[in-house]
Design a protein around this ligand. Structure first.
Ligand code: NDP
Length: 338
């Protein structure tokens, strides 16, 4: 497949490294808001050309697919333009900034007969596949609760729009809660119904607390179909030594994973039940290689992306309802329509 890249972003650099491991991929061009950044990115990634005009990029590129990894407020318009140019689209999360826009993206992809995927990389983590298998097998009994501790230290090179541009979809809720919501939907295979979120502003990076425009910490309780409860913690201000933690509690056993909620693709997983505790070996994987391989296969008519456009829409809807809850102080209903 011939690829174009919309967004000269940090994550695109990493993703291209993973995509190079997938046979048959060709890397065409990048489109950025800045000519200098586009040229620098194209040179570093050995792309054929660099563009700042989206229409010209899409017309000249003859791409089979594009990867959209710009800031969040641009995802919708860029995805629609790429679909109109006949491209399949792998779009970063959150798919958009408004529910109606994400729904429009999904419907437009369907109308154009193109594949729309959402880059929810945590579905590719082997520990999460194992946890899902345990849940499906019934070995844990009835799963009644899940805890997700996804508190990280936002690295200095990413302390830009995520902290000071609410208009670009900054803030920890749209950045990390969307991933947790998607992972919970994937693990539980149930839809979330209601959410109560409380956010905090810790003044990351020494900024004046009052001037900080977006939240850098959040905790939520999410109620899933059947009354399963999940608790999530997202933060940008944890010490860099903090490990992420996922704890799945069933009536006959429980699983906990350390370090699975990162980009690294490694994790440790333990099962605890009446027989005691045993570690379940987790093979390391390149999360983006796995996710983009599924997407490439889906474009060739083999299966679905790991996370579809509808998945991205629903995970985003959880985050939007979380923001609404933080503002209202009330439990909010999640709009699952796609
Ligand atoms: P970056 O800040 O690295 O890039 C986002 C945009 O910022 C780029 O498209 C670029 O705009 C601009 N930019 C990049 N470098 C500079 C710079 N030095 N000065 C000014 N502007 C710059 O963001 P991320 O790569 O972290 O995130 C991009 C998207 O990917 C977001 O939607 C995010 O939510 C998502 N993401 C997903 C991850 C996943 O695992 N699924 C992980 C990380 C991010 P332009 O293109 O106009 O040059």
């Amino acid at each position: 497949m011939r690829w174009g890249f919309i967004g000269a972003s940090s994550i695109a650099e990493r993703v291209i490294g993973s995509m190079r491991k997938i046979p048959g991929q060709e890397f065409g061009a990048v489109c950025s808001g800045s000519a200098a950044r586009a040229q620098e990115f194209a040179a570093a990634q050995q792309l054929q050309s660099a563009h700042t005009d989206l229409a010209e990029f899409l017309q000249a590129g003859r791409f089979d697919a594009v990867y959209v990894s710009s800031t969040n407020e641009q995802h919708c318009a860029q995805t629609i333009a790429a679909l109109d140019a006949g491209c399949h689209v792998m779009c970063e999360k959150p798919l958009a900034m408004a529910h109606a826009d994400a729904v429009r993206m999904v419907r437009h992809a369907a109308a154009k007969g193109r594949v729309l995927g959402t880059n929810h990389h945590l579905r590719a983590q082997a520990a999460h596949g194992l946890i899902r298998d345990f849940i499906v097998s019934g070995e844990l009994g009835e799963v009644h609760g899940v805890q997700v501790s996804h508190a990280v230290h936002l690295p200095p090179h990413l302390q830009g729009w995520r902290l000071d541009k609410p208009g670009a979809g900054g803030g920890v809720v749209l950045d990390i809660l969307v991933h947790n919501a998607d992972l919970l939907r994937y693990l539980l295979q149930r839809e979330p119904q209601r959410i109560h979120t409380v956010t905090q502003r810790n003044g990351m990076g020494g900024r004046d607390k009052a001037a900080l425009a977006v939240e850098d910490g959040a905790m939520s309780v999410i109620e899933f179909e059947g009354g399963v409860l999940a608790q999530t913690h997202e933060s940008f201000v944890a010490d860099a030594s903090a490990l992420t933690r996922l704890h799945v509690l069933g009536t006959r056993g429980n699983l906990y994973a350390l370090g699975s909620l990162t980009q690294a693709g490694t994790s440790q997983l333990w099962l605890r039940d009446a027989k005691g505790e045993r570690e379940i070996p987790v093979p390391p994987v390149d999360l983006y290689e796995v996710g983009f391989t599924a997407f490439v296969n889906a474009c060739a008519g083999r299966g679905q992306p790991l996370a579809t456009g509808a998945d991205g829409t629903r995970s985003m809807a959880v985050a939007l309802a979380g923001l609404a809850s933080a503002a209202s102080g009330r439990v909010e209903t999640i709009d699952l329509s796609v």
